[in-house]
Design a binder for this molecule. Structure first.
Ligand code: PLP
Length: 483
C-alpha cells in the first residue's frame, strides 16, 4: 500500500461517500432494477490495464448505485435496521487500514485484548451478570452474525452433553424454540447434526403476544424425556423478528436451570434497547442464560458486521471449536496465558471488529446511545398512533420497541385470502414508489406489514411522509375493490 496514493484516493472516496449520504434521499429506497441488470452494463472480463479511480467512481454512480437498496436512507423501514455512523465508519476504516488477521492473541495482541475489554464494557452497559465478563469463567466475543452466534453455542452445548453421554446420543438431542424464533436456529440445527425431527418448534398464541409459554415448554420437555430423548438447548428470543415479542426469560430460565438445558438468548435486535434502564427489564432472567447475543450492527450505530456474543462458560466453546496445529503454536497460547479467539468461532481468520464498537462507545457515550434508541421508540409510538387513528387499518401485535406491525382491513364482505392479497398489494405499491421501503411477515396466518424504524437519519417528517403514502395507496386499493 503506497501511503501517498492512499491519502489521495481515500480522500476522493470519502468525498464520494459523503456526497452519497448528502443525496441519499434522491434515490429510490428499494432498488428498482430487474434481475440480471448489471451483466449488460459491465465488460465480460477484467481489464488488462489499470483504470483510473475516477472512471470507477463514475461507474459506481451510473451502474452500481441504481442496483443498491439504501439501508441507510431515512425512508428505510424494512426488516430490521442495519446502522452505520461516522464512529462505526471510522472504526471500519481503521480496521481496513491496519488489516491484520487476529485469530490468535499473538497475531495482534491489541485486537484480542480490545475485544475482551469492549465486550466487558458493553456487558456492563447491558447489566449482564458478572459471569459473562472476561474476568470470570465466561466472556464475550464478536461474531459476524447472530446466525454464527447461535451455531457456535449449539455446538458447544451439543459437545458438552455428548462428552457425558457418548457420541451415539446425538440422535436423541432435542433443541427447543418457538414458532417465532429466527430461522438461524434451524440452520444451526442442520449444521450441528441435530435430528430433523428433534427441533421442537413450540406454538405461540396470538393472545399471549407471540411469546413462548413456559407451560408449553415444560410440557414438551416432559414428553421428550418420557420418550427417552435428551433436552439440549432452548433458544429464547427477546425481540422476535416478526413482531418483537419477548419470551419470558425469568420463567424459562428457571426451567432450563432445573433440567440442565442450555439457555441461549437471542436479543439480536432488541438487545440494543436494553442499555436504557426503562427497557432493561426485557432481559430480566438473563442471569440463568448460558449465552446471550445482540447485534451491535442492527440498532447500535455500529457498521455491519458486529454481533456480540457472551458465554457463561468459555471452556464449553473452546472444547468444541479449538484446534492446535503445529503452524499456529506459540508460547503465549501453549502456556494458556491468553485468549485465542480462533477457538470461539467457525473460521480461523478474523477482522479487528472491536475497533468500530469501541469508537461507537467512545464517540457517542452511553447517554447519546440511550437518546438514540429512545427517539426511535418514540417515533414508532407516533407511527402506531397514526395507524390506530385511521379506522381502515389495524395494529396486529403489541408494539414494544420500534417496530409497528399492522394491516389494511379488507371490506367486511371479503375473506382472509382477499385481506392477504390486499396487504401484499399495499406493500408492493408503497415500495414501488421508491419513497419508502417496508417489508412483511405472517402472524397467525395473516399477511402483515412490518414498519421498522431505526435508520440513523430517520426523523419525524419521514414517518409522516411514509404514512401519507400508505394512506394514499390504501385509498386507491380500497376503491378498486369496491368496483
Ligand atoms: N435473530 C433475530 C431476532 C433476528 O431478527 C435476526 C435477523 O434479523 C437474526 C437472529 C439473524 O441475524 P444475522 O443476520 O445476524 O444472522
Amino acid at each position: 500500500m503506497d501511503a501517498e496514493q492512499l491519502r489521495e484516493n481515500a480522500h476522493k472516496m470519502v468525498d464520494f461517500i459523503a456526497d452519497y449520504y448528502k443525496n441519499i434521499e434522491t434515490f429510490p429506497v428499494l432498488s428498482q432494477v430487474e434481475p440480471g441488470y448489471l451483466r449488460d452494463l459491465l465488460p465480460h472480463s477484467a481489464p488488462d490495464q489499470p483504470e483510473s479511480l475516477q472512471n470507477i467512481l463514475d461507474d459506481i454512480q451510473a451502474k452500481i448505485l441504481p442496483g443498491v437498496t439504501h439501508w441507510q436512507s431515512p425512508n428505510y423501514f424494512a426488516y430490521f435496521p442495519s446502522n452505520s455512523s461516522v464512529a462505526g465508519f471510522l472504526g471500519e476504516m481503521l480496521s481496513a487500514g491496519i488489516n491484520m488477521v487476529g485469530f490468535s492473541w499473538i497475531t495482534s495482541p491489541a485486537a484480542t485484548e480490545l475485544e475482551m475489554i469492549v465486550l466487558d464494557w458493553l456487558a456492563k452497559l447491558l447489566k449482564l451478570p458478572d459471569h459473562f465478563l472476561s474476568t470470570g469463567q465466561g466472556g464475550g466475543v464478536i461474531q459476524g452474525t447472530a446466525s454464527e452466534a447461535v451455531l457456535v453455542v449449539l455446538l458447544a452445548a451439543r459437545d458438552k452433553v455428548l462428552r457425558i453421554t457418548g457420541k451415539d446420543a446425538l440422535g436423541k438431542l432435542v433443541v427447543y424454540c418457538s414458532d417465532q424464533t429466527h430461522s438461524a436456529l434451524q440452520k444451526a440445527c442442520q449444521i450441528a447434526g441435530i435430528h430433523p425431527g428433534n427441533c421442537r418448534v413450540l406454538k405461540t398464541e396470538s393472545c399471549n403476544d407471540y411469546s413462548l409459554s413456559p407451560e408449553t415448554f415444560e410440557q414438551a420437555i416432559s414428553t421428550d424425556v418420557a420418550s427417552g430423548l435428551i433436552p439440549l438447548l432452548l433458544c429464547a428470543t427477546v425481540g422476535t423478528t416478526s413482531s418483537t415479542a419477548v419470551d419470558p426469560l425469568l420463567e424459562l430460565g428457571k426451567i432450563t436451570k432445573m433440567k440442565g438445558i442450555w439457555l441461549h438468548v437471542d436479543a439480536a435486535y432488541a438487545g440494543s434497547a436494553c442499555v436504557c434502564p426503562e427497557f432493561r427489564h426485557y432481559i430480566d432472567g438473563v442471569e440463568e442464560a448460558d449465552s446471550f447475543n445482540m447485534n451491535a450492527h442492527k440498532w447500535f450505530l455500529t457498521n455491519f458486521d458486529c454481533s456480540a456474543l457472551w458465554v457463561k462458560d468459555r471452556s464449553a466453546l473452546i472444547h468444541s471449536l479449538s484446534t492446535n496445529p503445529e503452524f499456529l503454536k506459540n508460547k503465549a497460547s501453549q502456556e494458556n496465558l491468553v485468549v485465542d479467539y480462533k477457538d470461539w468461532q467457525i473460521p480461523l481468520g478474523r477482522r479487528f471488529r472491536s475497533l468500530k464498537l469501541w469508537m461507537v462507545l467512545r464517540l457517542y457515550g452511553l447517554e447519546n446511545l440511550q437518546s438514540y434508541i429512545r427517539n426511535h421508540i418514540q417515533l414508532a409510538a407516533t407511527f402506531e398512533s397514526f395507524v390506530t387513528e385511521d379506522p381502515r387499518f389495524e395494529v396486529v401485535a403489541p408494539r414494544k420497541f420500534a417496530l409497528v406491525c399492522f394491516r389494511l382491513l379488507p371490506p367486511s364482505h371479503k375473506d382472509e385470502d382477499c385481506s392477504n392479497q390486499l396487504n401484499r398489494d399495499l406493500l408492493d405499491a408503497v415500495n414501488a414508489t421508491g419513497k419508502a421501503f417496508v417489508s412483511h411477515t405472517a402472524l397467525s396466518g395473516r399477511y402483515v406489514v412490518r414498519f421498522a424504524i431505526g435508520a440513523p437519519l430517520t426523523e419525524e417528517s419521514h414517518i409522516i411522509e411514509a404514512w401519507k403514502i400508505f394512506q394514499e395507496v390504501a385509498t386507491v386499493l380500497l376503491k378498486s375493490l369496491k368496483m
